[in-house]
Design a protein around this ligand. Structure first.
Ligand code: R5P
Length: 292
């Protein structure tokens, strides 16, 4: 008998299924009814054993609904076990990890308290926006990188003199890691985001290095697509060849995918931390290693 029971949250059913198979664990599924007023009613289908429990629930939109479902699953699991491992493939609210403007509430800190209070004993996240977010969690925590899995995908594509590009200085380390594993050079653009309006601008003035080359833009996440669109428009003006996007979490809010394609991106590749059309890279093996 496996020492794990996997509880599959509604937002990560496919990934939970893959993890349960790889862990040879029993899977308990969630049946969810969201009432007209927005409340979630969760019923677990199956028997939870008193062994290590792994909860899998990504916190993508509807973020607050998926968050309350994660907390409810943690609380239920705690009734059966003191070993409650919570896998949040995409951690919503991770960009709210510090007070950028006076008076802002650090919601990541609030969520960290709720996770602990509900009974989580260990947290596993994938490419959290910044490690500062994890510091708020006063339980064991681990951030795993999807970069090796993304690199494997791109190694199978034939590219013309590839160059890895970070759309901003904040993501430079991530892009450098990609570049080192992929075996290519790396550059980082300078992006400015207005903290009040959210408007994005590329401040880099000119780069001859990109001319005629295939580029891979590496980012942790795409939300509205603003960062990728501005970066692509700039890089196309510098007369690059194709632009590919490699990101861990593709939220693609509204019609972001179409807008990104229209800006000149050839292909968007993301992982299955968030299910979707672009989520072709499976990170279940990497998560299993972190659980064991
Ligand atoms: C920002 O620092 C992040 O790494 C992403 O570049 C950003 O959050 C993506 O958001 P959007 O797609 O709305 O520009």
């Amino acid at each position: 008998m496996s020492k794990f029971t996997v509880i599959s949250g509604k937002s990560s059913e496919d990934l939970a299924e893959k993890l349960s198979k790889k862990l040879k664990a029993t899977i308990v599924k969630s049946e969810v009814r969201v009432f007209p007023d927005g409340e979630s009613k969760i019923t677990l289908t199956g028997k939870i054993s008193k062994n290590k429990i792994v909860i899998v629930q990504s916190i993508y939109p509807p973020v607050d609904t998926n968050l309350i479902q994660a907390l409810s699953l943690i609380s239920k699991a705690k009734e059966y076990s003191n070993d409650v491992i919570v896998v949040i493939p995409y951690m919503g609210y991770a960009r709210q990890d510090r007070e950028f403007l006076p008076g802002e509430i650090v919601t990541m800190k609030v969520i960290a308290k709720l996770f602990k209070g509900a009974g989580a004993s260990k947290l596993i996240v994938v490419d959290i926006h910044s490690l500062i977010g994890l510091k708020h969690f006063k339980i064991k925590s681990k951030n795993i990188s999807a970069i090796p899995d993304l690199v494997q995908y791109f190694k199978k594509i034939s590219l013309k003199n590839p160059l890895i590009v970070s759309p901003d200085q904040g993501g430079k380390k991530r892009a450098m890691k990609f570049a080192a594993e992929f075996g290519a050079e790396c550059i980082a653009l300078t992006k400015h985001r207005d903290r009040k309006t959210g408007k994005v601008q590329i401040k880099t003035s000119k780069i001859d290095q990109v001319r005629g080359r295939d580029l891979i833009l590496v980012d942790d996440m795409i939300s509205t697509g603003g960062s990728i669109i501005k970066a692509t428009e700039f890089l196309k003006k510098q007369r690059c060849h194709h632009v590919y996007v490699a990101c861990t979490h593709a939220l693609l809010i509204n019609n972001a995918e179409q807008k990104i394609k229209e800006s000149g991106v050839t292909k968007i590749i993301s992982t299955n931390t968030i299910p979707g059309k672009t989520s072709v890279v499976d990170i279940s093996d990497t998560i299993v290693k972190a659980i064991k």
